[in-house]
Design a protein around this ligand. Sequence first.
Ligand code: SF4
Ligand code: SF4
Length: 509
Amino acid sequence: MAVPDFQTSIKESAAAATPKARPAAESDAVTPGLPGDEDGPLYASRRKVYPQHVKGTFRRIKWIVLLVTLGIYYGLPFVRWDRGPFAPNQAVLVDFPGRRFYFFFIELWPQEVYYFTGLLILAAMALFLMNAVAGRIWCGYLCPQTVWTDLFQAIERWVEGDRREHLQRDRGPWSVERIARAGLKHFLWLMVAWWTGGAWVLYFADAPTLVRDLATFQAPLIAYLWIGILTFTTYTLAGHMREQVCVYMCPWPRIQAALTDEYALNVTYRYDRGEPRGSVKKSAALREQGKPAGDCIDCYQCVYVCPTGIDIRDGANLGCIQCGLCIDACDDVMAKIGRPSRLIAYDTEMNVKCRQEGVQPIFRFVRARTLLYTAVITIVGAVMVYTLAMRQSEGINVIHDRNPMFVRLADGAIRNGFTVHILNKSVEPRRYALSVEGLEDKSIEVIGVLPDGFGVPIVEVEPDRTREVRVTVTTRQKLPPAATLPITFSIVDTADGSRARASDHFRGP
Ligand code: SF4
Ligand code: SF4
């Protein structure tokens, strides 16, 4: 069998993914060709996919990922984090009224929106890196569309039975039992969708309080509105649209196709081992005659379990989310017929070629692209950690009076006036000691603020506020003509000693 070039193969599949003709029973499981296929119709209506239950390693991994990710999503709003008396104690909270985003020990302010840019860059690079190493594992295991669709399919299987039973009932006439089962399924789907929307709004307010307010119909209207929107989208996307989101709506498969290469691990049908395919009997007979016979017995188990309804044996396909369930199904078949497992496996196209040429397979995880993605993740991550660790919760801005620039006092001293803005970005009130450096024999006065016992003005600033004060600085120092001396204003938090500085000039006659 000719070896298809991987890049070309996956790109071609974007334009033409029409499966080969199959017996009617099998074709129920196969997603039709994408509209625009030159050999097919411009529009093809969807054939419902009835994925069969499968047991195995990858199914187990998917269950674990599902439990962990959904557990985090539904449970995280109820996790508490002590930030003291002036801040909310919810570990993860988007606090719009307080203009804060809290994530455990990290607290972001509105002016720090660039951290979200950094997070987006990190997320994109992590996705690229995952793709370069192991294909679409994000799609197959972690994507919310995959996780919720998996959950909805599990509910469907529990209520409607596995593939065969569900198929038969759907082909039969409507009966009381069929209506009851369908009703129960949609009710359970709506409950999950409703709880999904409900969990989402809990990230925007104190979760226990909002739950109580929602239950007593005292929550704000916007909360009910968002729950309604997310209930609808979850129910529609995970219950009804399912694989169509991955095949038609999501841009990632197209981007992924452009980013992948022949060294990336992908769920691969090892056609070098599987072809020529045939029944167990036929293959055994061929082997007895010393003729080539593949391990694939054409049983379609890999197709029946596929959540997107594609046949991995047709080669790389945009519809394949790389979930690995066909590996479990085929391993089960191989065990039953006494052939080695992993006829379908996570493998690279390069290795299939190597095996065909009798060369030892190679795995190259360290490549230019993986190094590049890792370097970007490391640099952006390090910059974010450094700036987060070094950032200040206070700030000071100084504006020199324009008119007059200076005043000579009766005793010959020179006075300059300034407008000083002191920022308190924390969630508790702060007291700052204000001082000026760069002048000798000086005094500093803050209008309306009394100095402490040492003559240092102490400015109190409310939480999350900027306070503007008028400051005069006076010196008896002998100044040169037309003097412009650099000076530095400092504020020091009297509680924890954290400080901020701002530079300006002192002007003389
Ligand atoms: S499950 Fe394995 S043996 Fe059966 S059709 Fe698929 S690849 Fe062939
Ligand atoms: S072909 Fe296999 S890996 Fe791809 S989506 Fe279907 S079951 Fe998952």
